[in-house]
Design a protein around this ligand. Structure first.
Ligand code: ACO
Length: 323
């Protein structure tokens, strides 16, 4: 059977770092409050000329180099973002053009913080269905541009960045020993749409709007939703927590990450954490964390890697893959 195998991974961060200390002079907060409630110490903020497409392009180029491939090898680009450069065309098409690719298809996926998991599941379905052979799956965001910088309940949480992987069709035996994506589970429930949303859009205000969040409500649902889709992945593959080499969670908040790992029985030394330095980069957080853990040698070929995310909508999902 066909499996979507990860051939390369890369990431890109804006130049500017914004520390908690600097945030203290912008809103009524303290570095101590932010670290205690979220684990975030700093985040990266896109400057002039840095956009979702430029960061996505840089991450894609890094992933291609890591895979030993050229842009022309790619026949599908799936970009997860909630902060596109333009309402249309899709920023995936912008990235495709920046890479000089003129074949195949490119489109955006919008599932907020779960976007990268949704994009991986989508690209996997295209590859297994024979509609693509080599896909760039990118998560790229410039959340700083949809934040209310006077709202201390949201502006301290988010950051900008991008990460990407190259997926390629490979032969598998249909067992959990195969390399590649083994299973993916996606969920959403729009009953929660007003708990985390942006108060604008082309069809309503004609403006991009800013983020609003009922933080406690998000927190209340997060651990349960995340662990539910992880149990789905275990059930579908006959695996269990003890089999996981690396958990690479969406990086929203260290308390959500620790709460999920504890409930699953996965020790924190098997969990990749970047939230302290990146903040919450929404759809970019998982590939940013993956690139770091692959780059420093933690994630190695053959490792069983579990990705999970939960975010606005609500949306949530898991992807289990063998590196
Ligand atoms: N600095 C100082 N005080 C603050 C700040 C701040 N930046 N923000 C809020 N407060 C105050 C509040 O006003 C409140 O004050 P009050 O008691 O006088 O009203 C007090 O701190 C406690 O506020 P809570 O919202 O109850 O604080 P909580 O412990 O829930 O922490 C947080 C807030 C960090 C947002 C938490 O609810 C959380 O992590 N929720 C999950 C949401 C999340 O991670 N979202 C990311 C996007 S979704 C995703 O990616 C999954």
């Amino acid at each position: 059977m066909i499996r979507s195998v990860v051939r390369g991974v890369g990431s890109a961060l804006p130049k500017r770092v914004l520390t908690n200390h600097e945030m203290e002079s912008m809103v009524d907060t303290t570095g101590e409050w932010i670290v205690q409630r979220t684990g975030i110490r700093q985040r990266y903020i896109a400057g002039e000329g840095e956009t979702t497409a430029s960061l996505g392009e840089a991450a894609a180029r890094a992933a291609l180099a890591n895979a030993g491939m050229q842009p022309g090898d790619i026949d599908l680009i799936v970009l997860a973002t909630s902060t596109p450069d333009n309402t249309f065309p899709a920023s995936a098409v912008n990235i495709q053009n920046r890479l000089g690719i003129h074949r195949g298809a490119a489109f955006d996926i919008q599932a907020v913080c779960s976007g990268f998991v949704f994009a991986m599941a989508t690209a996997d379905a295209y590859i297994r269905g024979g509609m693509a052979r080599r896909a760039l799956v990118i998560g790229a965001e410039t959340f700083s541009r949809i934040l209310d910088w006077n709202d201390r309940t949201t502006c301290v949480l988010f950051g900008d960045g991008a990460g990407a992987v190259v997926l390629e069709a490979g032969e598998g035996q249909g067992t959990v020993g195969d390399r590649g994506i083994l299973t993916a589970h996606l969920r959403s429930d729009g009953a929660h749409k007003d708990k985390l949303y942006v108060d604008g859009g082309p069809s309503t205000t004609g403006k991009a709007g800013v983020v609003h969040m009922e933080g406690r409500e998000v927190f209340k649902h997060a651990v349960g939703m995340i662990t539910d889709v992880i149990y789905d992945a275990f059930k579908a593959t006959g695996t269990e927590a003890g089999d996981i080499d690396w958990l690479v969670p969406h990086q929203a908040n260290i308390r959500i990450i620790e709460g999920s790992a504890r409930k699953l029985g996965i020790p924190m030394d098997k969990v990749v954490v970047t939230v302290d330095r990146h903040g919450n980069t929404s759809a970019a957080s998982i590939p940013l964390a993956l690139a770091e853990a692959v780059g420093d040698g933690r994630v190695k070929r053959g490792d069983l890697v579990l990705l999970e995310a939960m975010g606005g909508g609500f949306t949530w999902g898991s992807v289990l893959l063998r590196w």
